[in-house]
Design a protein around this ligand. Sequence first.
Ligand SMILES: Nc1ncnc2c1ncn2[C@@H]1O[C@H](COP(=O)(O)OP(=O)(O)OP(=O)(O)O)[C@@H](O)[C@H]1O
Length: 742
Amino acid sequence: MSVRVVARIRPLLKLELDKDSIVTAAPAGNETIGSPTVVRIPNPKNEAEHFSFQFNSVYDQEATQQDIYDHEVAPTVKHLFNGFDTTIFAYGVTGTGKTHTMRGGKSLADRGVIPRLLSSIYRRSRKIEKDSGGSTQVEVAMSYYEIYCDRVYDLFEPPDKRTPSGLPIRDNNGKTVVVGLTERPCTTLKEFEQLYDQANVNRSTSATKLNAHSSRSHAILCVKVTQTTETHTRISTASAIDLAGSEDNRRTENVKDRMVESASINKSLFVLAQCVEAISRKQSRIPYRESKMTRILSLGQNNGLTLMILNLAPVRSYHLDTLSSLNFANRTKKIEVCEIENEPVLRKITGKPSTTASITGSNIQRQPLRPLTACVNANLADPEKKAEKPVKAFSVYSDKSKPARSSGIPSQVRKVENHKRPLDSSSAGPTRPTKMTRPSDPKLTTRVDPSLSKESIEAMIDAKIEARLANHVLSDNTAASLQAIPEELQRRLDALEQRVEEKEDDRAQGLQYLLMAKQHHVRGESVSELKMYQLALPFFPENQKLGQKILALQEKLRLKREEKTSKPHVISDAQVLAVPRHKYEAPEPVPAAVDTKDQNKRRNRSSPDHEDYQYHPAPDAADDSYVSDDGFRFKAKPKPKSQPPKSKVQIFREVHDSTESGARIHTPRTQHIIHVINSRDPAQIRLLRGVGAKKAEAIVNSLCEMDDGEEGRPITDLEQLGGLRGVGAKTVENMRAGLAIV
Ligand SMILES: Nc1ncnc2c1ncn2[C@@H]1O[C@H](COP(=O)(O)OP(=O)(O)OP(=O)(O)O)[C@@H](O)[C@H]1O
């Protein structure tokens, strides 16, 4: 079963009424009537041509909240009660209507997917209780948290009470869990709404140029439904995720904090795109661990139903962003997820399981919770369980167009196919490999496929270590049992865990550079783009495409410089770049041209790996494949090969000089550094030598602190720069040494 992907085109907003809509919904193929399943958008290079993207369903500007809920979400409710976990997430660029779709407004008509879903859950609960004559009890509990700047915060805790480092997440038998999250029971819709509204106040939102209430975090709501009969308990979870939107900071005009948030949002979405890319290429390693959001979302790993709502803005100003979202969604719809229902467990006679987490904000003791989208049931962990598998009955989402909606707002939901799994799985054909069906006998798992690469074996070992660590943390709730672990063993476990984290940090750093390179590429800033690729290279030293990309960019810049030989003394980005030598010499191949008219033919001509090429707006943008995961293999970060150029121009020797009036004038190099620092743009600052992502953020924070109420006070010399927190003379010297005329 693949992830169901539906697109929703939002209406024009008040300020956009004079703008033209370029994104439209259409029926598939040559049909003129029927439910739209295709998004059409012009080729930015040739408006006469149109790109078409097919999804499971497409909702145009007129679609109401009720339409989306009735057709897409309501059918999942009964599966939730049949024991399937469901995940619904909204994806899209900032300001395209994700929060509107998920949360919506306060009026009845405006209510989004989440309140409607809860309303259905409560209705169904009451019905089940009534129909069973009270022998089945249904309890609903919720947890709600956000991932802000790659840290997990409980939204039931006000920001001032949060631990700055956020809640830890752990893998438990391959599932991701947030440790120490509050879980609140809510017995009525009213109670839910109160808790939900209260928690939303704690969510990080800010005004940007594109959205007055822009979400600065990914918000994950988990609703746990526990059905208890006299003999069994069945738990399933609905996760509703409102992702933060990707942002083009030329358009948001973000500054300071917004930029830092934006970098984190863009990075996590970039990693998500990487995961989707890796899954669609069937790679053995999916880079889930490179961001908390992807770890938690676990797209393609979670069992149950997954629905992605792709939110789109219809206007031209979003053109390239919309294409990029469409490309992403196009890959996502190919992801297969496993349809495994949660099995009921025999109930212990002593009483009902509590749906209430015993942990509250004030209680320091951490409690492991069930995972979120990749739901783990308490029952799964129960080794003694021998419950019969219920017959599965739920619809399988496919890429086929859904049946035509009869009129504007149909009352009938999608036809449901029954895909029943035999009670005895051994009698059926091959079962899908899932975490739940994996043999638990260690002897069975030690057989290693000889075709596995060294890296994938390492990754497996790391995953095992992590799982053991998580088991260890999660299975022993009591302090007493923790103390029982010998000190030496604990120390070694800690060291192992640290090693895994460090590895991932390094790799994430490399990906961060690639992300920045892509951002510079989109802005046409070739020099910065090159710099970012060079910074990424030590993390992926064997990636040939990356090497070729660097060579091609160097060549492009060299040609540009030759054209500008008449201006040798003007310091520019190109001049301040220290270019390391690299072993790759082959010139970069010219990417295939993009067209849609004849998609199939073109597809055959372009790389077989890239079936989405035809949708890429520009030839350059199509050459993204270097960021895919297959070529990257982790290596310990080698020392940078580039050395500062030996012959430096004397003009840079002096930090500053004095004019007759006593005022300081700076050398071009100093001027450049001061200019970059005063831009307060972490992306620019980290181009300076010796400045990583963290330091760039620290510098911007330190500058903001310096403002002291006065907006944007600039630094005027290198002494001031050296005085900033976390900078110092050595860093300043390093920054200067990184600048030279080439
Ligand atoms: N279908 C719709 N009908 C009416 N208004 C809409 C619709 N979708 C979005 N809007 C309006 O568009 C604006 C932006 O929407 P919203 O805040 O939901 O965007 P977002 O994608 O969540 O943005 P961000 O990623 O920045 O949080 C809001 O004012 C919202 O009310």
